[in-house]
Design a protein around this ligand. Structure first.
Ligand SMILES: [Fe+2]
Ligand SMILES: [Fe+2]
Length: 189
């Protein structure tokens, strides 16, 4: 249902559990970026009524996730600060075609895949993280991210008859990006 071409490699969750502080900070940045990406759709496509109607509540929800992760950071005695991002997002966005209507389709599908990967990894983390509060946070968020995946996918199908085929291409590219050796601990490495 998540339309990922490949599952996360075994051992990822155990590695992530060894770097929970870094991971949580990255998670905060990911929620912030998810809110920004949704809001950016509203800015870029004010004439696309369906996109605007779906993206505005998404932006609000992702910002609420961001605030929850800020609280979790604070509870661990950490503060939100700049962090070198994983190459994942930039690599995926480099696949977005420049001309319309392909650009909108690709933006929606890239977001759909990021949501799907987040959902998959929150599930892994929910089972692997030894700290109950943190495991509960991941368990809580994975349902939202699964729903967001569905929202982006439905939008993509609504704006283009080529959504399925392009999703397959981008999903394979996404899996290939993750197969590259992780440079440092991030949610999407
Ligand atoms: Fe989120
Ligand atoms: Fe999301």
């Amino acid at each position: 249902v998540l339309n990922l071409a490949e599952p996360t490699s075994p051992g990822w969750a155990a590695r992530a559990c060894g770097q929970l502080d870094e991971l949580l900070l990255d998670h905060a940045h990911c929620e912030k970026k998810a809110a920004g990406a949704a809001l950016q759709l509203v800015f870029r496509y004010p004439g696309e009524a369906r996109v605007v109607a779906a993206a505005a509540p998404l932006a609000r929800e992702e910002l609420a996730h961001f605030e929850r992760v800020l609280v979790a950071l604070q509870a661990r005695g950490l503060r939100f600060r700049p962090q070198r991002p994983s190459p994942y997002g930039a690599r995926l966005h480099a696949l977005v075609r420049r001309s319309e209507p392909e650009r909108l389709l690709d933006l929606l599908l890239v977001s759909a895949l990021i949501e799907a990967r987040s959902c998959e990894r929150f599930r892994l983390l929910a089972d692997a993280v030894p700290e109950p509060e943190l495991a509960a946070l991941y368990r809580d968020l994975l349902a939202s991210e699964a729903r967001h995946h569905g929202v982006y996918l439905e939008l993509a199908q609504a704006v283009s008859p080529h959504a399925e085929a392009r999703l397959g291409e981008l999903a394979r590219a996404e899996a290939a990006i993750l197969r590259e050796p992780p440079p440092f601990a991030r949610l999407h490495t």
